[in-house]
Design a binder for this molecule. Structure first.
Ligand SMILES: C[S@@+](CC[C@H](N)C(=O)[O-])C[C@H]1O[C@@H](n2cnc3c(N)ncnc32)[C@H](O)[C@@H]1O
Length: 244
C-alpha cells in the first residue's frame, strides 16, 4: 500500500507551504515561488532532465529541489561540508523529507574536483534544474558555472545564488565573466528573484520568459513599466523579469 503521508506530493506541499522557512539557510520565499513556477513551466513544455545542487548547507533549497523531482528523475547534491555540523544537520533535515525508495545522491567533495562528466555519469543524462550555491570566491563560482553549463538539458535552468549580495562580489564577477566569455555563449538569464539569477539555454529563453509574462499577467506592451513588484529589465543583453 502506498505511503500517502510520505508521498512526494504531500511532502512537497508541506515544504512549500511554510516548512522550508523553518530550516536554517538562505532560500527566500520568492526563490521558492520561482522554482515552483519554473518546474511547472518545464512540465508544461515537456522539458525533462535531472536535478542537482552544489552547496547544500542545512538542505534548505536542496530539499525543495529534491521534492520537485519526478519519479523518473534523479537528484544529486554536492557539498564539501566545510563544517561537520552542516553535514549532521543536512542529513537530519533531509531524512524528514526523503521519499521512501527514492534517496538523493549526496557527494561529499570539493566542487573544484568535480567534472561535468561525473555529473552526467551520476544521473545518466542531462539536468533540467541545477542550483549553484557553493564556494563564493570568484574562481569557485566561475568553475561551478563552467562545470554545470555543459550538463544542462535544452530548457534546463541554473539557479545562481547571491549575485546581488554585496558580501560576495566574487559571485557577481564570476557570473559576469561567465556570460561574457566563451563558456556562457549558450546561456541566458531570464528571471531574478529571492537573491537568485535564473538562467536557461538560449533556445529556451523566450519560452521561459513568456511563461513568466503569462503567469504574472504582465501585458506585453508594458515593456518598461513597473507592475506590482514585477519589473522588466535587461541584463547581459537579455530581457529578464525581476520579482521584488
Ligand atoms: C551558502 S551555503 C549553501 C546554502 C544552501 N543552498 C541553502 O539552501 O541554505 C554554501 C555551502 O557550500 C559549501 N561549499 C563551500 N565551498 C565549497 C566547495 N568548494 N565545494 C563544495 N561545497 C562547497 C559549504 O559547505 C556550504 O554548505
Amino acid at each position: 500500500m502506498p505511503d500517502i503521508e510520505n508521498s512526494r506530493e504531500v511532502l512537497k506541499n508541506r515544504y512549500i507551504g511554510g516548512e522550508s522557512q523553518k530550516i536554517e539557510g538562505w532560500f527566500y520565499p520568492q526563490a521558492v515561488q520561482a522554482l515552483v513556477l519554473i518546474d511547472k513551466f518545464q512540465r508544461a513544455a515537456g522539458i525533462e532532465g535531472h536535478i542537482g545542487e552544489i552547496g547544500l548547507y542545512h538542505g534548505k533549497s536542496f530539499i525543495l529541489l529534491y521534492l520537485l523531482a519526478r519519479d523518473s528523475e534523479k537528484c544529486v547534491g554536492i557539498d564539501v561540508f566545510l563544517d561537520e555540523e552542516f553535514k549532521t544537520s543536512f542529513f537530519a533535515n533531509m531524512g524528514r523529507y526523503e521519499v521512501p525508495g527514492s534517496p538523493p545522491r549526496i557527494e561529499k567533495m570539493d566542487s573544484v574536483d568535480l567534472t561535468s562528466q561525473q555529473l552526467l555519469d551520476w544521473v545518466n543524462g542531462f539536468y533540467r534544474l541545477f542550483s549553484i550555491d557553493g564556494g563564493h570566491q570568484m574562481e569557485m563560482a566561475l568553475g561551478d558555472l563552467e562545470r554545470v553549463a555543459p550538463v544542462l538539458a535544452e530548457g534546463g535552468v541554473i539557479a545562481y545564488d547571491d549575485y546581488f549580495d554585496p558580501q560576495f562580489p566574487g559571485v557577481s564577477e564570476a557570473l559576469n565573466r561567465f556570460l561574457l566569455g566563451p563558456a556562457g555563449v549558450g546561456i541566458a538569464p531570464f528571471f531574478i528573484a529571492g537573491g537568485k539569477v535564473f538562467l536557461t539555454t538560449v533556445g529556451a529563453h523566450e519560452l521561459l520568459y513568456k511563461a513568466f509574462e503569462t503567469a504574472f499577467e504582465v501585458p506585453l506592451e508594458e515593456s518598461t513599466k513597473d507592475h506590482e513588484g514585477i519589473y522588466r529589465r535587461d541584463f547581459h543583453g537579455w530581457p529578464v523579469f525581476v520579482l521584488i
